[in-house]
Design a protein around this ligand. Structure first.
Ligand SMILES: Cc1cc2nc3c(=O)[nH]c(=O)nc-3n(C[C@H](O)[C@H](O)[C@H](O)COP(=O)(O)O)c2cc1C
Length: 318
């Protein structure tokens, strides 16, 4: 089974990927949070460059993800990325954010299948790298997926990663597993599953329904339980010492990256990591108020000294 880390803007960047791999072992594959392609003729700059800088991704199998509806920029970005040594690029057709959708990107591209077809035709013909797609199953309702899947099946995709929710769902409701199953049945290329795999029971249910599953992308589950991939491979749950070590390394690495106070960054991580503990609400209250580094470090010490880990850590909602 291939386990990959989901692209999560603001969270699963190069720092998180490296520290997580050092502490819990590398996953089989990582997808960068979405990147806007550079202008034709230019390279990635600033924050985007940090994401794809080969030095920061050493030893990991990383697939850069692009968010765009501009075929020329997409094709150019594949050239830049191929020159940097990348072997695949991923197209984001799932981002549900209002501003992205309004511009016809991410899940918003699924509203206009004529344009999407033209885009896919061009990028599949002209790109230097094989293209995988991460998709939702529609904008408003499941019925849209019939045409969307039929469209994908006409292109030589490297892989199709299905998050079987529509844009309108955001992250609410239950993923439509049967639409993933339909994709497995019909797609002429490899298919991956993504959505709500938070524990070994979820994985067992997925495999029972679809034993031919070969690649599962993990997002919030791994943020809430950093040992999730290890457990899905038959290994141990995280110990408190491992979790503390991971926390300390992540905090240090973010401080180094930011060049200052990384408390805000860490609070975002805690909004998921609190689910590693038996009482997530107590943990949430303990770290919520800290602003200065000293206050934060004290709060974290207290959490680890007083709070036990959950017997079955799993993401429990935003
Ligand atoms: C905060 C946040 C940021 C995300 N950023 C991205 C992104 O940059 N690109 C993308 O394709 N999906 C993004 N996603 C969606 C995740 O990759 C994934 O599809 C979603 O969380 C469902 O998987 P899960 O149930 O395993 O978390 C994001 C989700 C969240 C919650």
């Amino acid at each position: 089974m291939i386990f990959s880390l989901a692209p999560m803007e603001g969270i699963t960047g190069s720092v998180f990927r490296r520290v997580h791999a050092e502490c819990f072992g590398a996953l089989d594959r990582y997808y960068t949070p979405f990147l806007a392609p550079p202008q034709v003729g230019s390279s990635f700059g600033g924050k985007a460059y940090k994401e794809v800088d080969p030095e920061r991704n050493q030893g990991l199998d990383v697939v850069p993800q692009l968010l765009t509806n501009d075929a020329d920029k997409f094709v150019w970005a594949t050239q830049v990325l191929a020159d940097m040594g990348y072997a695949e690029v991923n197209l984001n057709l799932g981002c549900p954010s209002g501003t992205v959708v309004a511009k016809g990107r991410g899940a918003g591209f699924l509203r206009n299948l004529g344009e999407l077809e033209g885009f896919l035709q061009e990028v599949c013909d002209r790109s230097r790298l094989p293209i995988s797609v991460k998709t939702r199953v529609g904008v408003l309702e499941d019925a849209e997926y019939e045409k969307i899947l039929e469209l994908y099946c006409r292109f030589p995709l490297q892989e199709l990663i299905v998050h079987p929710r529509v844009q309108k769902d955001r992250y609410q409701g239950v993923p439509r597993l049967e639409l993933y199953g339909e994709t497995l049945r019909r797609a002429p290329f490899p298919v991956a599953y993504n959505g709500d795999i938070f524990g070994t029971d979820d994985m067992a249910a997925l495999l029972e329904a679809y034993p031919e599953t070969r690649h599962v992308m993990l997002g919030r589950g791994i943020l809430s339980n950093p040992a999730l991939a290890r457990m899905l491979n038959g290994g141990q749950a995280a110990t408190a010492a491992e979790l503390k070590h991971f926390h300390d390394k992540l905090f240090c690495a973010y401080e180094e990256e930011i060049g200052g106070n990384a408390v805000f960054r860490m609070k975002e991580w805690w909004s998921y990591a609190k689910y590693s503990f038996a009482d997530p609400q107590v943990v949430h209250r303990a770290v919520r108020k800290a602003r200065k580094v000293g206050e934060y470090e004290e709060a974290v010490e207290r959490v680890f000294q007083t709070q036990g880990l959950s017997a079955e850590p799993r993401f429990g909602g935003f």
